[in-house]
Design a protein around this ligand. Structure first.
Ligand SMILES: *Cc1c(COP(=O)(O)O)cnc(C)c1O
Length: 424
């Protein structure tokens, strides 16, 4: 097309004089207005942690939200940075990302959400509003005529169930398979399963009974990769909706999540989600950088190998243990939590408090406020903070899987210093 400016060229020259007005780009009117400031930044940008005075830490804890969960691999960071350079139509990006993810993750449909908790909101909203457009506007304050009961095992009530209650529903708790069977009525809209929770009723029974009653079932598997195959195990088992956090084991942007499952429910979740205004999910926006970042993270994760990852984590734990074993009374053990969440090798360190006169909680404080700052797993020194991780006053738990290269030895050196200084 002679006379038109290619978009690429426009973007390349965008740093110069302001180009304003309607320019035909590929036949579409394109309003281009670019600031004239030529960038003087170094390629790597300004270190805003430094500028703001926020000190980065070494994450020897795990994928904890408050510790920003994970670091995106280089290829994911690069994909995010590239996506930031051009606008797209957000709905087109959602469609394309969803189709791509569904294919790669072997399910009917997929949606990138603003986290697993956001997936719980829009997934529940999908069940409540399926086939009822006006309900999208009405929830959660006007539930008139809407089904509003979610069946859950008592042992599966947890710290994320507020996300489900956001949709105006309430929980009906059951303990046994028999109680589950009896709990269905014409107000039942969904059943909910916490994948890493204690299993009184098996996943298979949970799905079978829900389907017998024509009710969709949701499985929250937010923290439950690796193994990689979990990304399709639960949808293939029959769960109608499954969520994974995007920023935990997947190492995508922290503010993303995957909602996987039945085509009609994912479509309904989309309608309840940003960018649609006046929906329960409008505040749960995911940006283009985040959508692309999660897709790139899934590509990265699927290129990994469970055995290789596990061997690497064991090696890190062994390297740390090797630095501590000469300290009197210290014992180490590599420990994989038996539940579905955080199912990776952790290093467990115990010692005789009569010899090493410090509690695990005090060790954690010293590591936290040392130089460099190191965060140990929160189950250190106390009650099990994470399902399946052992605790106890003389116990230190090192989550090695989120360490960056070389950090295992830094953690070992600091632990050695802190423990040796406490020998009485
Ligand atoms: C972390 C977690 C969530 C929330 O995930 P986000 O991606 O941070 O929203 C939900 N459910 C469970 C079980 C989790 O572990």
């Amino acid at each position: 097309m002679a006379g038109t400016i290619s978009r690429r060229k426009l973007l390349r020259t965008g740093g110069q004089a302001i180009i304003a007005g309607s320019v035909a780009v590929g036949g579409t009117p394109f309003l281009a207005a670019r600031s004239s400031s030529k960038s003087k930044l170094p390629a790597e940008g300004v270190d805003y942690y430094q500028k703001l005075g926020v000190t980065p830490l070494i994450n020897a804890a795990g994928t904890y939200t408050v510790l920003t969960a994970s670091i995106m691999p280089d290829e994911v960071q690069a994909a995010v940075a590239l996506a930031a350079k051009n606008p797209v139509n957000l709905n087109e990006l959602h469609d394309a990302a969803g189709a791509y993810l569904a294919k790669r993750l072997r399910c009917e449909a997929a949606l990138v959400t603003a986290g697993a908790a956001a997936a719980l909101v829009v997934g529940t909203a999908a069940c409540v509003t399926l086939g009822n457009e006006s309900a999208i506007l009405n929830i959660p304050t006007d539930m008139n005529g809407l089904k509003n009961e979610v069946i859950v095992q008592k042992s599966h009530r947890y710290g994320y169930d507020h996300a489900i209650r956001n949709c105006g529903v309430h929980f009906v708790e059951v303990g046994t398979l028999d109680q589950y069977e009896q709990a269905f009525n014409d107000r039942t809209v969904m059943t909910h399963f916490f994948n890493a929770g204690e299993d009184h009723i098996s996943r298979e029974d949970w799905v079978r009974v829900a389907h017998k009653h024509g009710v969709p079932c949701f499985n929250d598997a937010a923290a439950d990769v690796p193994p990689i195959s979990n990304l399709w195990n639960y949808t293939q088992m029959g769960f109608d909706l499954v969520t994974f956090s995007g920023g935990k084991g997947l190492r995508g942007p922290q503010c993303t999540g995957l909602l996987l499952g039945r085509k009609d429910l994912i479509a309904a979740a989309r309608k309840n989600n940003s960018p649609n205004s006046n929906t329960i999910g409008r505040g749960l926006k995911v940006a283009k950088e985040e959508i692309v970042g999660l897709v790139a993270a899934v590509d990265w994760f699927l290129s990994q190998d469970d055995a290789v990852m596990e061997a690497e984590y064991r090696k890190r734990a062994e390297r740390i243990a090797g630095q501590l074993k000469t300290i009197a009374t210290v014992q180490t053990q590599i420990f994989v939590p038996p539940v579905a969440a955080n199912h990776v090798p952790h290093l467990l360190i115990t010692y005789d408090q009569n010899r090493i006169k410090i509690t695990g909680a005090e060790v954690m404080e010293k590591m936290r406020h040392g130089n460099p700052r190191i965060e140990l797993n929160p189950s250190t020194g106390g009650d099990p903070a994470s399902a399946g991780l052992p605790g106890g006053p003389n116990t230190i738990v090192v989550g090695v899987w989120m360490l960056q290269p070389g950090e295992d030895l830094i953690v070992a050196k600091r632990l050695r210093e802190v423990l040796q200084a406490a020998i009485g």
